[in-house]
Design a protein around this ligand. Structure first.
Ligand SMILES: NC(=O)c1ccc[n+]([C@@H]2O[C@H](COP(=O)([O-])OP(=O)(O)OC[C@H]3O[C@@H](n4cnc5c(N)ncnc54)[C@H](O)[C@@H]3O)[C@@H](O)[C@H]2O)c1
Length: 251
């Protein structure tokens, strides 16, 4: 039986660990060809060796427009075109607003926000050639709701949501859809700066129990099905949405 993504050519950033890697595994299971980009080239080569011939790894630093442009060019060459762009690379830094410094603010915005602009800028011409396409950006529940120590991270993720809705309206006439995934707490090492700011894992567990109606964190494999749905034609009439997947926090 053909997979839900049979024939789809997908590029994904931040795909060698956790949420991105589970999305990549799901894309491959559903019959897509996938180009993965990440700054972690060592891990990228491991993933490439593990996941087989329908996956190609290209190192990229999403904070550099030249690097993103070259990554998209190499990726689309290897794929022979493009149907979907998923932007998942992300950075987490936490701190009180009174002690947080401008370099950390800029670092968060470079990876979490500005990179989405670079990716769209260089991928859209290829999606236009395909006659339709799907862009899936990764924001966060933190872009919709605040929390202590999260001002900069929340602002950088809120920008992704706003960017996605504007981009969706701009690209709708080209039949290119843009949606944004907003995960809540997902149990990965990515959150260590936030955990440290909260006072450790035990405190984080208490907070999660108190604020998440389902009483637990999500797992990367619980986010992956949303990526599959949004890059597939099953979501053909869905665009300009920020979809939260967080155990019920945002209600
Ligand atoms: N884990 C959570 O609780 C959570 C919650 C909401 C949103 N998110 C978002 O989901 C995404 C994935 O999170 P994760 O938990 O899997 O984290 P992760 O750290 O495992 O994955 C992020 C990936 O981005 C890559 N990356 C970082 N900087 C880069 C750069 N400059 N260029 C290219 N690649 C770069 C990292 O190497 C890593 O592979 C992130 O965008 C994150 O903000 C995570």
């Amino acid at each position: 039986m053909a997979g839900r993504l049979a024939g789809k050519r997908i590029i994904l950033t931040g795909g060698v660990n956790n949420i991105g890697l589970d999305a990549v595994r799901s894309f491959l299971r559903e019959g897509a060809k996938v180009v993965v980009g990440d700054i972690d080239a060592v891990r990228g080569e491991q993933v490439s060796a593990e996941l087989g011939e329908d996956l190609h790894f290209v190192p990229v630093d999403v904070t550099s427009e030249d690097s993103v442009a070259s990554f998209i060019a190499q990726g689309t060459d290897w794929l022979g075109g493009l149907d979907g762009l998923c932007q998942n690379a992300g950075l987490q830094r936490s701190g009180s607003v009174t002690t947080f410094d401008a370099d950390n603010w800029d670092a968060l915005f470079a990876v979490n926000s500005r990179a989405h602009f670079f990716g769209a800028k260089h991928a859209v011409p290829h999606l236009r050639k395909s006659g339709k396409g799907s862009i899936v950006n990764t924001a966060s529940l933190a872009g919709q709701r605040g929390g202590p120590g999260m001002t900069a991270y929340s602002a950088s993720k809120g920008a992704v949501i706003a960017f996605g809705t504007a981009l969706a309206v701009e690209l709708a006439p080209d039949n290119i859809r843009v949606n944004t995934i907003c995960p809540g707490w997902v149990d990965t090492a990515f959150n260590q700066p936030a955990i440290d700011f909260m006072g450790g894992r035990a405190t984080q567990d208490e907070v999660v129990k108190a604020i998440v109606p389902m009483g637990r964190q999500g797992m990367p494999e619980e986010i992956a099905p949303l990526f599959v749905y949004l890059v597939s034609d099953e979501s053909a009439y869905m665009t300009a949405q920020a979809i939260t997947i967080d155990g019920g926090v945002y209600n």
